[in-house]
Design a protein around this ligand. Structure first.
Ligand code: TXA
Ligand code: MG
Length: 328
């Protein structure tokens, strides 16, 4: 394994070429996207894709997202396209949106966990896009963390979670968006939001009109909806979601139990310590800081993380989703 540092806006072409060669050779390369770091492998190579599952300890029923350099390459991985796909890709690609489309035959079953559909996105990060262009292949890439752990927003997070399981880590610093892409299934008669992300429900509806929301899948069959492992995006510490007015009391209570207590607060007033993190009051800024903050509190050895509950509005949907899973 090797971690190499790259300039996020002027990535060294020699390093990109080397990483692209590794991908073409069936190896695993972790790379930054605008959302989180991905663990990439050649999406057309079943053996390479199997290595992703092994490295992550990922259950076989959890399908992967395929990344392509440009919308023009979607027909190499997907067998269908429609008006909703056209509008959404036009509005949000390159960017943090994943579309679920009918799968092309060239995509091995391992990528889609046997589903007839494939999740596709064109990322909006110079390193990711340079790598995809240089590799000239579609790249399957889940978040570059061990299964059920926190997603990585820095190269260091990838190194600590996956270590030697990765052939190369491209480290271009913190990812700007900080939570995973919005996933929308466009094979349903009304587009269906499968995973909330930084592109909000309201933004989607402005482009395609109605958008349905999924309910959680159960059981171990291939999951039509993402992140459906009940415990997902979780730090090591136990996470409690607490109403703003109760945060202070809860923190004191846990401290009185002799526990090392961290907190993510926006408005709540708490006796400050280095482990009390004041989070931004803006949903996008909060999302950008979320995983990095949880990683920090884990690293500080917190037993418990008290998180101030956030408003029940659509703007906070993606952040609430990740926090609910972390608290499961
Ligand atoms: O922002 C992101 O999407 C990041 C970066 C690396 O692109 N990737 C990511 O991948 O979050 P992952 O594997 O952690 O999450 C992919 C989600 C899974 O939870 C999976 O259930 C869903 O996408 N998914 C993949 N294929 C699907 C399909 N055919 N139908 C429905 N959902 C699918
Ligand atoms: Mg993930």
């Amino acid at each position: 394994m090797a971690l190499v540092k790259l300039n996020p806006v002027y990535p060294d072409p020699e390093i990109i070429t080397r990483a692209a060669q590794l991908l073409r050779g069936g190896r695993l390369v972790a790379f930054p996207t605008e959302t989180v770091y991905g663990l990439g492998a050649n999406a057309l190579d079943a053996a390479a894709v199997a290595r992703i599952y092994a490295a992550k300890g990922r259950p076989k029923y959890n399908p992967l997202i395929v990344h392509v350099a440009d919308v023009a390459l979607v027909p190499t991985v997907a067998a269908g396209w429609n008006d909703a796909a056209e509008r959404l890709s036009h509005a949000f690609w390159p960017g943090p949106l994943t579309l679920v489309l009918p799968k092309a035959d060239a995509i091995p079953e391992g990528v889609t966990a046997g589903l007839p559909t494939v999740a596709v996105r064109v990322p909006g990060h110079l390193v990711a896009n340079s790598l995809l262009a240089a590799a000239g292949i579609p790249v399957a890439a889940p978040s570059a963390n061990r299964s059920t752990q926190l997603s990585p927003t820095t190269g260091e997070h990838v190194l600590r979670s996956l270590g030697d399981a990765v052939d190369l880590i491209l480290d271009a610093g913190p990812t700007p968006i900080g939570i995973e892409s919005t996933v929308v299934d466009v094979t349903t008669s009304t587009p269906t939001l499968l995973r909330p992300g930084s592109i909000t429900l309201d933004e989607l509806m402005r482009v395609v009109g109605r958008v349905d929301q999924t309910t959680h899948a159960a059981g171990e069959s291939a999951r039509p909806a993402p992140g459906m492992l009940e415990k997902h995006y979780a730090p090591r510490a136990k996470v409690f979601l607490v109403a703003p007015q109760d945060v202070g009391v809860r923190v004191e209570h846990e401290r009185a139990n002799g526990l090392r207590v961290g907190a993510l607060v926006v408005h709540a007033s708490v006796e400050p310590t280095p482990e009390i993190i004041i989070m931004p009051a803006d949903p996008a800024a909060y999302a950008a800081a979320l995983y990095a903050s949880l990683h920090t509190l884990d690293d500080a050895g917190c037993d418990v993380i008290v998180v101030e509950k956030l408003p029940e509005t659509n703007a906070w949907l993606a952040v609430r989703d990740r926090l609910t899973r972390a608290a499961h």
